[in-house]
Design a binder for this molecule. Sequence first.
Ligand SMILES: CC(C)(COP(=O)(O)OP(=O)(O)OC[C@H]1O[C@@H](n2cnc3c(N)ncnc32)[C@H](O)[C@@H]1OP(=O)(O)O)[C@@H](O)C(=O)NCCC(=O)NCCS
Length: 187
Amino acid sequence: MRGVTRSTSPLPVTLRDRRPDDLPILSRWLTDPGAEWRRWDAPYFHARTTTQTMQTYVAHLAQTPPDPDEQVIDVDGECVGMVNRSEEPPEGGGWWDLGILIYDPAHWGSGVGTRALGLWVQDTLDWTDAHVLTVTTWSGNERMIRAARRLGFRECCRVREARVVGGVRFDSVRLDLLRSEWEGVQA
Ligand SMILES: CC(C)(COP(=O)(O)OP(=O)(O)OC[C@H]1O[C@@H](n2cnc3c(N)ncnc32)[C@H](O)[C@@H]1OP(=O)(O)O)[C@@H](O)C(=O)NCCC(=O)NCCS
């Protein structure tokens, strides 16, 4: 399936720059070692390393202006997560990898992620010279895989049994989407 073909969220989902009043929310969710999102977003990394990385990241956020490669996911005026992107080297090569994280499980499964990722694809195609976009996850993260597929991403790489989560081996999964395949975000 290519492009967004259905209304994915009844909620008003927007992407915007981070504001100072988002910081307490970001800090609380990102640095909580027991947060549920950690069981889904790269859970194969050691928890202590993730905590340290997040503490450093939050300190960085507090000291830096908003970055166009990171946007807050806003639902009805509330910061519920973030999207980010990074260019795979070399610079100007046209390959960008996208990330998404919705902090509170209460917001999962109601279309917010698909909607936010669709907006992020559009933003990335509008503001970069991306030729191809990727999303990278693991085979246990069905919500992530299905959200990407819903938007037209196709599986392009699967490294079998490469990730260990809770003592069980899962595949590392990457999906891609060409600029030429993108049909735009449904209003
Ligand atoms: C992954 C994430 C962004 C998806 O966003 P979401 O708002 O929860 O997902 P959506 O409601 O848009 O649904 C996406 C798809 O997953 C399906 N889905 C919803 N709940 C599900 C569940 N419990 N199990 C399996 N699939 C589920 C939906 O039906 C939809 O598929 P469809 O379009 O084929 O029907 C969000 O769950 C999240 O941030 N999770 C924690 C962090 C994370 O995993 N980040 C990604 C790291 S790579």
